[in-house]
Design a protein around this ligand. Structure first.
Ligand code: ADP
Ligand code: MG
Length: 729
């Protein structure tokens, strides 16, 4: 029996795996996290103070203190049953990495002891050679090390009977280049902090720190494990390369409002509880538009922690799904013809005085501060749209962006009717020269009604890639499988850069003798005018927008290889270097890594397509072709006229055509791949893979295969069909 029928037969026997909740969330929340409360309990005063100073002010921890902290951490971990520790990091492969070491060791005289020293906490040397480095290591230095990030607390991962203490770290080469997602993210958070504090001080001298905040929303699909295993394309690429649409898919939108299926619900409860223990503040869960598609979202957090938590969540979900004989699909587009998955990144900035800088204020002064940060963000997105676009480019996300259910590849900003009017008013009423009218503008009550109006949810636009949603911007074009760090690093950096420029521009006017508020108002006006063309309130899915965007001169880069060019343009080099985020070498390396990832993904998909077509699609098709041929011959043999088998002939004709076309295209695709592999320049190879392999063959081959799926006897078909993966529970 084929895996497909095995899966179908077993499906009815599958019940929700019982899940015993320990009760209230607050009872377990953060149980597995070495937070400051536990640090207080397990550390000496000196060690505790040093840890806090390092978290709050980024101060370096002295070696002897590090030893004390490590000892305290081990004492806590051992009290929780932990035996091993690992430096946990996020290499550019896109997953998380760890290498476990035991606390256990032997002393010089052979006495077995448990120990964890400061050095082991602060720095480790994983074998870095198998992680992507984009050529950095070849050119510079063969080794890399992981360095403790005290701002994200250590946590315990509990797998089966084993518990491991995980220490969040950054991964850096010995020559100082970052090899992971965290190091540049931390730099960008710092750059934004400095630039934003300087601007905040125009309004409030008490602000001494600004943190970036992130609240992500994770979309995903869940399917039955046996179905998953019967689909080699899902196993190898995370998406189905073949599969005809089912008669019903998402047009009724009945899934969106429906109840969560029981097996999935048990899975959710289970992974949520693991998340709570790890301090991930999950808040919402619900069905999404597509069948078997869901979403979860936490309460927003300080960005570094939020990014770590999202990476951790994806690991946890994948692991826990196996326990429930399910598989979670994080891919941006697992199924053609129905919605893909994104990861909205809700982004804002908050001061150490407790102010959300993107929340409209109640007084003219706080409103001017809001307007400053609001307009600077828009200007940043306008000035660096193509770099922001590059930050979300991946082979997976190419299936989603611009596919009429996700934001288009054109970056634009949605701000809603009311704020559009506010910006219009500022533009109209602040004069280009300085006069009394500008002064009166400051007192104008146009800001007064912002808070109330923005809470109105009707003023939202789901088709925008970058939307203001009342007290934060929501970057919606991020892919579901992406590490948030990359787009957030870019967003922090471009806003930091714009704020620094803003301060220069305002200071120049103040130096000329302008009043501070007037100077600010003028620069705001100038920025509104300069970035107007990025604002778009209409339907981002429409064809007319594509035309309009082109007229406005907005970039519309539809493919990853093209979008990635922005990373190594001079503009990007100047931006990232002057903000201390990436050196030229690092940018070149990252560009190379992203291209390589793209090539590999397309290559694997192309191979799986060829293999499946040949070994899974053609055999049942040919058998059915034979059956029809025999049937026709038999009817002929008994002397019936062609009328009796004309329909069979027609079907046979179609089947034969699709078989021939599919098999011919597969051969040609293999040839095309060979030609691509011979191209040594990575960028050109990536473009060739996209144009000559993906664009030329994928849809065509799929067309013929999906036709065969409709024609061939259902009981002969090997691969689980869309309706089976998406509608059976
Ligand atoms: P939705 O966008 O689905 O309507 P919400 O507006 O409630 O949902 O929030 C979506 C996400 O935005 C949540 O994760 C929430 O914590 C986050 N969020 C809310 N305020 C902020 C903020 N100031 N900074 C970053 N994220 C925020
Ligand atoms: Mg949202």
């Amino acid at each position: 029996m084929s895996l497909r029928f095995n899966a179908l037969n077993k499906l009815t026997e599958k019940e929700a795996i019982p899940f015993e909740s320990t009760g209230r969330i607050t009872a377990v929340f953060g149980e597995y996290v070495f937070d400051l409360k536990k640090a207080r309990q397990f550390l000496s005063d000196e060690a505790y103070k040093s840890l806090v100073a390092s978290i709050k002010a980024g101060q370096k921890i002295q070696r002897n203190v590090a030893n004390q902290i490590a000892t305290g951490m081990r004492a806590w971990a051992e009290s929780m049953g932990v035996t091993h520790f690992t430096h946990w990091f996020q290499p550019l492969t896109g997953t998380t990495a760890e290498k476990h070491d035991s606390f256990f060791t032997l002393k010089g005289d052979g006495t077995p002891i448990e120990e964890f020293e400061g050095d082991a906490l602060i720095q480790q040397e994983p074998d870095a050679s198998s992680f992507p480095s984009g050529g950095i290591r070849a050119t510079f230095e063969a080794r890399g090390y992981t360095a403790w990030d005290p701002s994200s607390p250590p946590f315990i991962v509990h797998i089966g009977p084993g518990k491991t203490l995980c220490i969040p770290t950054a991964f850096i080469s010995y020559t100082g280049e970052s090899l992971d997602y965290k190091a540049p993210l931390l730099k960008s958070i710092d750059a934004l902090n400095k630039a934003a504090v300087d601007v905040c001080n125009y309004f409030d001298k008490n602000v001494s720190k600004v943190i970036a905040t992130l609240g992500w929303e994770q979309e995903y699909f869940v399917i039955d494990e046996a179905m998953f295993n019967a689909r080699p394309d899902l196993v190898m690429c995370g998406r189905t390369v073949f599969g005809h649409n089912s008669a019903k898919n998402q047009q009724l939108e009945d899934h969106y409002f429906g109840a969560i299926p029981e097996r999935v619900y048990a899975f959710m409860r289970d992974f949520e509880e693991e998340c709570y223990r790890l301090g991930i503040p999950l808040r919402t869960r619900h069905n999404e538009v597509a069948p078997q598609q869901f979403e979860c979202a936490p309460i927003y957090e300080e960005m570094n922690l939020a990014v770590d938590h999202n990476s951790l969540l994806m690991d946890i979900m994948s692991r826990v799904s196996v326990r429930h004989k399910l598989r979670v699909l994080m891919h941006e587009k697992p199924f053609a013809g129905i919605n893909g998955s994104g990861k909205h990144n809700n982004w804002s900035m908050a001061t150490d005085t407790g102010v959300n800088l993107l929340a409209p204020g109640k007084t003219p002064k706080t409103n001017l501060m809001f307007l400053t940060f609001f307009v600077n963000t828009i200007k940043a997105v306008h000035d660096y749209a193509e770099i922001l676009r590059a930050s979300i480019a991946s082979a997976q996300n190419d299936h989603r962006l611009g596919a009429n259910e996700a934001p288009p590849a054109i970056i634009s900003v949605f701000i809603g009717q009311y704020l559009s009017k506010v910006l219009g008013d500022v533009k109209e009423r602040v004069s280009e020269k300085f006069d009394e009218q500008d002064e009166s503008m400051l007192k104008i009550d146009i800001y007064k009604s912002i808070p109330e109006l923005l809470l109105d949810n009707t003023d939202r636009n789901r088709t925008s890639p970058f939307a203001f949603t009342g007290n934060k911007f929501e970057f919606r074009a991020v892919g579901s499988s992406a590490n948030c760090a990359n787009p957030m690093t870019v967003l922090n950096t471009i806003v930091a850069q714009t704020l620094r420029q803003f301060k220069e521009d305002v200071d120049r006017l103040i130096d000329r003798g302008e009043k501070k508020e007037i100077a600010i108002m003028h620069v705001i006006r100038e920025y509104i005018v300069a970035s107007e063309k990025i604002l778009f309130e209409g339907d981002g899915y429409s064809e007319s927008w594509e035309k309009e965007a082109e007229r406005r001169g907005l970039p519309n880069l539809k493919t990853t290889p093209a979008a990635l060019d922005a990373m190594i343009a001079d503009k990007a080099k100047i931006l990232f270097e002057s903000n201390g985020i990436y050196s030229h070498t690092e940018l070149e390396a990252r560009h190379e890594i992203e291209l390589e990832k793209y090539i590999k993904k397309v290559q694997i998909e192309s191979r799986i397509m060829g293999e499946l077509a040949t070994s899974h699609i053609l055999p049942p098709s040919i058998r059915y072709q034979n059956l029809l041929a025999k049937n026709i011959n038999g009817l002929k043999a008994v002397g019936l006229s062609e009328d009796a088998y004309s329909n069979q002939l027609q079907i046979l004709d179609k089947i034969s055509e699709h078989i021939n076309k599919a098999s011919d295209l597969v051969e040609k695709m293999i040839e095309a791949r060979k030609a691509c592999n011979a191209i040594s320049d990575t960028r050109k190879r990536a473009i060739a893979y996209q144009e000559k392999v993906k664009d030329t063959f994928f849809d065509q081959i799929r067309y013929h295969v999906d036709k065969l799926e409709l024609l061939v006897d259902d009981k002969e078909w090997y691969l689980p069909k869309y309706r089976e993966m998406l509608f059976l529970r």
